[in-house]
Ligand binder design. Structure first.
Ligand SMILES: Nc1ncnc2c1ncn2[C@@H]1O[C@H](COP(=O)(O)OP(=O)(O)O)[C@@H](O)[C@H]1O
Ligand SMILES: [Mg+2]
Length: 257
């Protein structure tokens, strides 16, 4: 049974004048155009070399940057790229450096409250309930709301990053290399947490990772990117078992090593 597309992305693209590398200086780098659908509750993995455009796609989809071309639909409704509230509420990112993405001088509870203040009409009591609920969902305690970021371990900080991503009940969560820095046992815990949350909240995940075991374990579909284009996509088991594109064959061999 084919599930209904939750979001569809059509011809999404962005061109940069790349200043990162002297020999490319002034040369344009184009990411896309890419088109794909996402279904409720599924995980898609985006895999590709550094610089292939994975994070650009993530930032565009999270509304952190405006595309040059492209449309985004929820069902039949087109999303306005300038509607920052929509992105804030529906498509959230979990960052690689959880500790750094938190403000060191602000208590966790206040940091979790920010999106609620800007995007909801909840009163103080309701906001606190949401904050405590978010902390519980990620395996932390309500009293952690009064702590400062430095009082948490790396694994706990990542849980707070997840709590913050979930506080407005988004539909899509983008995980851009966010699990790579964790040691294996912590990573396994966070993965189990993400899987539990996905099941209870019917979240759609976009996973960007070069860890083959993670991609294989978590993803339903995989998109292979090369130089700004999706060169191959399919069900994860099909792509792993029978990679078609030379780039895919190379990447799957090199992942995790
Ligand atoms: N803000 C930017 N300004 C200029 N070039 C950028 C910018 N963001 C990304 N790029 C370029 O776009 C390409 C893709 O980058 P990115 O999406 O970060 O790749 P990945 O996440 O796959 O490593 C790279 O060549 C990068 O230098
Ligand atoms: Mg990246």
């Amino acid at each position: 049974m084919e599930s209904i597309a939750l979001f569809s992305v059509k011809e999404l693209s962005k061109t940069y004048t790349d200043k990162s590398n002297w020999f490319k200086k002034g040369r344009d780098v184009t990411i896309g155009p890419v088109s794909f659908d996402m279904h409720r509750g599924e995980t898609i993995a985006i895999v590709g070399d550094a610089g292939s455009g994975k994070s650009t796609i993530a930032r565009l989809l999270a509304g952190a940057e405006l595309p040059d071309t492209g449309k985004l639909f929820i069902g039949d409704d087109e999303v306005n790229w300038h509607d920052s509230k929509f992105f804030c509420q529906n498509i959230r990112m979990i960052f690689q450096d959880a500790q750094k993405s938190l403000n060191p001088t602000v208590r966790i509870g206040d940091q979790l409250e920010q999106p609620l203040l800007f995007n909801t009409r909840l009163d103080k009591h309701q906001r606190l309930e949401r904050i405590y609920d978010a902390l519980r969902k990620v395996g932390l305690l309500p009293e952690h709301a009064s702590y400062y970021p430095h009082m948490f371990s790396g694994g706990q900080a990542q849980r707070i990053g997840i709590a913050r991503a979930l506080i407005l009940d988004p539909q899509i969560v983008i995980i851009d290399e966010a699990l790579a820095p964790l040691d294996p046992s912590l990573r396994a815990q966070v993965i189990n947490l993400l899987l539990d949350l996905q099941e209870t909240l019917q979240l759609t995940y976009i996973l960007i990772s070069h860890q083959i075991s993670l991609v294989r374990h978590l993803s339903d579909r995989i998109f292979i990117m090369d130089q700004g284009q999706i060169v191959e996509h399919g069900k994860v088991e099909d792509v792993f078992e029978n990679p078609q594109h030379a780039k895919t064959q190379k990447l799957l061999k090199s992942l995790d090593m």
